[in-house]
Design a binder for this molecule. Structure first.
Ligand code: AMP
Length: 220
């Protein structure tokens, strides 16, 4: 299954992608995750991306399009992938269409996580991530057993720099201005299905399975 997860920051796309990749072994391609790794490893891509990510702005299209094109060429994603955080504007969506065409592939389904701004803000401002293994926690919704320490690897939990209040507001504004137009783009292509991103993760997961089932996209 070739899937795009679409929705504002804090909609729970990454959470669902993690569950789906564990459960069905579908490759999870998160452009935000790839960029954060590149930034911490100070690669040339990371150096280019750093300022944009810090300010909550979009990294230039050619940088992210190149990252995704490389991933799509990988043997391991031939049978399926989930794109999380890409595309983020119509130009990226068109670039994606061209890359997929080159590899003889196409998107099966776009899931739009419809989420209220208040829910996004609450999730992002309380999110803490493990510095070592990248696991996600939430101060209220999913607190670690021991404050500030990752349950999985014992690493230190930190707040992502772009999860600070001012940057969250900017990310949501950027989403409204540049990304939300993709809802129409994929509706016109007949690929869009909507789930409620405001629900608890378990309920969203159930809704997702139902959408897959309705569209004959996956078998448990
Ligand atoms: P995310 O983890 O998806 O919220 O992404 C974190 C940050 O990475 C974003 O605020 C952008 O600065 C950058 N980013 C991730 N994906 C893209 C993309 N498709 N296009 C441009 N910038 C991106």
């Amino acid at each position: 299954m070739k899937l795009i997860l679409l929705g504002p920051p804090g909609a729970g796309k990454g959470t669902q992608a993690n569950i789906l990749s564990q459960r069905f072994g579908i490759a999870h391609i998160s452009t935000g995750g790839i960029l954060r790794e590149a930034i911490s490893a100070c690669t040339p891509t990371g150096v280019k991306a750093k300022g944009y990510v810090k300010r909550g702005e979009l990294v230039p299209d050619e940088v992210v399009t190149q990252i995704v094109a490389e991933k799509l060429g990988d043997e391991r994603v031939k049978n399926g992938f989930m794109l999380d955080g890409f595309p983020r504007n119509v130009n990226q969506a068109k670039n994606l269409d061209s890359s997929l065409k080159k590899f003889g592939q196409k998107i099966d389904l776009v899931v739009y996580f419809q989420t209220s701004p208040n829910v996004s803000i609450q999730r992002l401002s309380g999110r803490r991530v493990c510095k070592r293994c990248g696991a996600n926690f939430h101060l209220k919704n999913m607190p670690p057993k021991k404050e500030g320490i990752c349950d999985k690897c014992g690493g230190e939990l930190i707040q992502r720099e772009d999860d600070r209040e001012q940057t969250i507001k900017n990310r949501l504004k950027v989403y409204e201005e540049q990304t939300s137009g993709l809802i129409e783009y994929y509706t016109k292509k007949g690929l869009l299905q909507t789930v409620s991103g405001d629900l608890e993760a378990e309920q969203v997961y159930k809704e997702l399975l139902k959408k897959f089932d309705d569209n004959n996209k996956i078998e448990e």
